[in-house]
Design a binder for this molecule. Structure first.
Ligand code: SF4
Ligand code: SF4
Length: 205
């Protein structure tokens, strides 16, 4: 798996769940399917008067989530920026060509009440629940910064083995020279090891 394949999967799913933050810091989520992908970025269309536009212009942070029929979760975190004024018309026209249903909503020139936003720098979390053990990985797009989550076993580990008994994915490796290690690509982030380590040797990242 890689970032490009994740973007391709998002494109195939078609509908993106897009979450923003409003002026009170509350999460706001909606579905957006008016999307165009190119080599380096992707773009989405909405109307200028919608709250999502207000939130994107004020704050810009977005999380986008898709879930495939293969039980893959793809979550993209980024900032969205309005496409430059001189490129807005072309971007809107491209999205309307690819998504003909939009002409029902905004016929003829009424589409230009819309605005396109662009995402080019992002981090992507890929999480496949359809394989055993589960598989997760983090990627970046453009200059996006990867954010690592989950748990790590520190040098405090005394090798007692208790965490192994609680791990639902058997993704903790016993190593001759302690500390034990978590196979991060197979970890659910459930926290069972963290909660059951008798000496607090596991930290949350
Ligand atoms: S339970 Fe804690 S001390 Fe025991 S092996 Fe696991 S991490 Fe190490
Ligand atoms: S967080 Fe859960 S899945 Fe991950 S290593 Fe700990 S017990 Fe295993």
């Amino acid at each position: 798996m890689d970032a490009k394949t994740c973007l391709r999967k998002m494109q195939l799913v078609g509908v993106l769940n897009v979450a923003t933050v409003d002026e009170n810091g509350a999460p706001q989520i909606r579905c957006i399917s008016a999307v165009h992908y190119d080599e380096n970025s992707f773009y989405f269309f909405t109307a200028k008067g919608k709250n999502v536009t207000k939130e994107l212009l004020a704050d810009g942070r977005v999380q986008i989530l898709v879930y495939t029929k293969f039980k893959e979760m793809i979550r993209l975190s980024a900032k969205a920026y309005p496409v430059a004024d001189e490129r807005q018309k072309k971007c809107i026209d491209t999205i309307f060509e690819e998504q003909p249903y939009l002409a029902n909503l905004y016929p003829d020139n009424k589409r230009y009440i819309g605005i396109c936003f662009e995402i080019k720098d992002a981090s992507i979390e890929y999480f496949n629940l359809g394989v055993n053990p589960i598989f997760r990985e983090t990627y970046t797009v453009g200059n996006g910064m990867a954010e690592f989550k989950g748990y790590r076993i520190t040098d405090k580990c005394i090798g007692c083995g208790k965490c192994l008994k609680f791990c639902p994915q058997n993704c903790i490796d016993k190593v001759e020279l302690k500390p034990y290690t978590i196979r991060q690509n197979n970890c659910l982030h459930c926290g069972a090891c963290f909660e059951n380590c008798p000496i607090g040797a596991i930290i949350r990242l």
